[in-house]
Design a protein around this ligand. Structure first.
Ligand code: C2O
Ligand code: CU
Length: 548
């Protein structure tokens, strides 16, 4: 195994990824940032220089477990202090499993401004994957707003009628490119330029007859997506770094924080190009489809397909999405069976509430709030007065709570309390969805766990029945993932082993939802965590460790 050294500079620059000029956060001048290519077992070192003029930064390595390096997880407030403008921070970690992973800002809602990219980890040289393909390609999917994340944050944090929801995205990007229809803005300004070379649709060039491993990942701020390649079906073979028992789809439903590999054969009429499309699902969409070009060599890369892009699936049709989630199983020969039973069960009821006039999301009526001193430092150095020492609730009133109606108790509480897990214990999490504050509305929430993969034991509709549903868990061949959807009015059951010393966030991957409190934090084995680097310190009460 090798050590890969990267020097990255984070900057704020005017970019036009969808033809509309926006202040974008770039890495070495690019958004998406450079793709990290590594082999299993390699050590990745990223020297990150924050050249933003006035903003802090932190980067999370999404899907990398950080075994032995919990201080490199990049989660501001949980594992480190923010990196100040002008400072350089060194992330160092081992990529210990092959697969498709991501990185992105983990400071406020900064990810929305373009600070993200992919990590591709190959099997060690000389080893092969359990499926074959000719070429490996990468497509990262996002949604894009013309407003800045700071403007969004201000709107979300305003109490009372000043509350402003972020709304539907202006564009969907594929590999950082899209096309906003500038004409809807009128002739007004130079801020939207449809002939900018930055917003030429991304061409994915394929050679007729070849099979492609397409790594498709989503880092949307808000949107659940349906991804398709016109006229081509896809075979799903990997999810979040784990081999999937192969199955075919025409639409791949993908939620923020998920990664998939699909195999696609370039076996259609090669005299033309085809559309690659993304469409919003699960929210009443107003955003036009994301477009890219599936370009058959040697046609010109920008040759428009002769067809109109395929029609999207109905936005509110939940059953096909639930069915696809349920279809994802571990591949035969690569099954890592879960422990047969859990030591602890935590049920998290997802509701929308108000707290002191502010719109918030909560879990069992508690909305998450980040403390000033990162938990990792506070726990390792016994600064327990820096956050609430209460135990967060591990369930809700199952018997009486009606998940099909808005919360009857709009007043929730805000807390920075965390779950402290016994080291090596097996933990089950049941995510229970419910109605949000407006009637007849339940959203899809993609939940992401840092520091671990979990087994996906099952999905169901309606209220989880703690007496009968566990007997239906898939303990045979459950897939392991790090991000999983919670479908409208449904439940999702997960199991993981708390065997990674550190402090780990578990949250909804929708930027605005996490900002509004939709997350929890787990601690395990803090006494086994090695000496913390002082580079993660300097904020809150961790200042004291930097004084001579
Ligand atoms: Cu990809 Cu805590 O997020
Ligand atoms: Cu959410």
């Amino acid at each position: 195994s090798r050590t890969l050294n990267y020097k990255w500079e984070v900057k704020s620059e005017l970019k036009s990824p969808d033809c509309f000029k926006k202040l974008t956060i770039t890495i070495n001048g690019r958004s998406p940032g450079p793709t990290i290519y590594a082999h299993q077992g390699d050590t990745v070192i990223v020297e990150l220089k924050n050249s933003l003029h006035t903003e802090n930064v932190a980067i999370h390595w999404h899907g990398i477990r950080q075994i032995g390096t919990p201080w490199s997880d990049g989660t501001e407030g949980v594992t480190q202090c923010p990196i100040l403008p002008g400072e350089t921070f060194r992330y160092q970690f081992v990529v210990d499993r092959p697969g498709t992973y991501l990185y992105h800002a983990h400071y406020g809602m900064q990810r929305e401004d373009g600070l993200y990219g992919s990590i591709v980890v190959w099997v060690p040289e000389g080893q092969t994957e359990p499926f074959s393909y000719d070429h490996d390609r990468n497509l990262i999917l996002t949604d894009w707003y013309h407003k800045s994340s700071n403007e969004h944050a201000a709107g979300l944090a305003t109490p009372g009628s000043g509350f402003t929801w972020v709304g539907e995205p202006d564009s969907l990007l594929i590999q950082g490119r899209g096309r906003f229809n500038c004409s809807v803005l009128g002739s007004s300004s130079g801020t939207c330029n449809s002939s900018s070379t930055e917003c030429v649709l991304y061409p994915l060039t394929v050679v007729p007859g070849k099979t492609y491993r397409l790594r498709v990942s989503s880092l949307t701020s808000l949107s659940a997506l349906s991804f398709q390649v016109e006229g081509h079906s896809m075979t799903v073979v990997e999810a979040d770094g784990h081999y999937v028992e192969p199955f075919q789809v025409n639409n791949l439903f993908i939620y923020s924080g998920e990664t998939y590999s699909v195999l696609i054969k370039a076996d259609q009429d090669p005299s033309r190009n085809y559309w690659i499309t993304t469409n919003v699902v699960s929210r009443s969409r107003t955003t036009p489809p994301g477009l890219a070009i599936f370009n058959y060599y040697p046609n010109h890369q920008s040759k428009r397909p002769p067809t109109t892009p395929p029609a999207p699936p109905a936005w509110n049709d939940v059953p096909p999405r639930l069915a696809q989630s349920q279809a994802i199983k571990a591949r035969q020969g690569f099954i890592h069976a879960p422990p047969k039973a859990a030591d602890k069960v935590i049920v998290l009821l997802n509701t929308q509430n108000t707290v002191n006039g502010r719109r918030r999301w909560s879990l069992n009526n508690v909305s998450f709030n980040m403390p000033h001193t990162p938990y990792l430092i506070a726990l390792k150095h016994n600064l327990l007065h820096t956050f609430s020492q209460e135990k967060p609730p591990t369930g809700y009133d199952f018997k009486n709570y009606d998940i099909f109606n808005p919360a009857p108790n709009p007043e929730a509480t805000v807390s920075d309390a965390i779950f402290r897990l016994d080291f090596n214990s097996t933990v089950d999490i049941i995510l229970q969805n419910a109605n949000m504050m407006s009637p007849n509305n339940s959203e899809t929430h993609p939940w992401h766990l840092h520091g671990h993969d979990f087994w996906v034991l099952g999905y169901g509709e309606g209220k989880f029945d703690i007496y009968n549903d566990p007997s239906k868990y898939n303990l045979e061949n459950p897939i392991m993932k790090n991000t999983v959807p919670l479908h409208p009015y449904g439940w999702t059951a997960l199991r993981f082993v708390a065997d990674n010393p550190g402090v780990w966030a578990f949250h909804c991957h929708i930027d605005a939802h996490f900002f509004m409190g939709m997350g929890v934090v787990f601690e395990e084995g803090i006494e086994r965590v090695g000496k913390l680097p002082t580079s993660i310190m300097g904020c809150g009460e961790s200042k004291r460790f930097l004084r001579p």
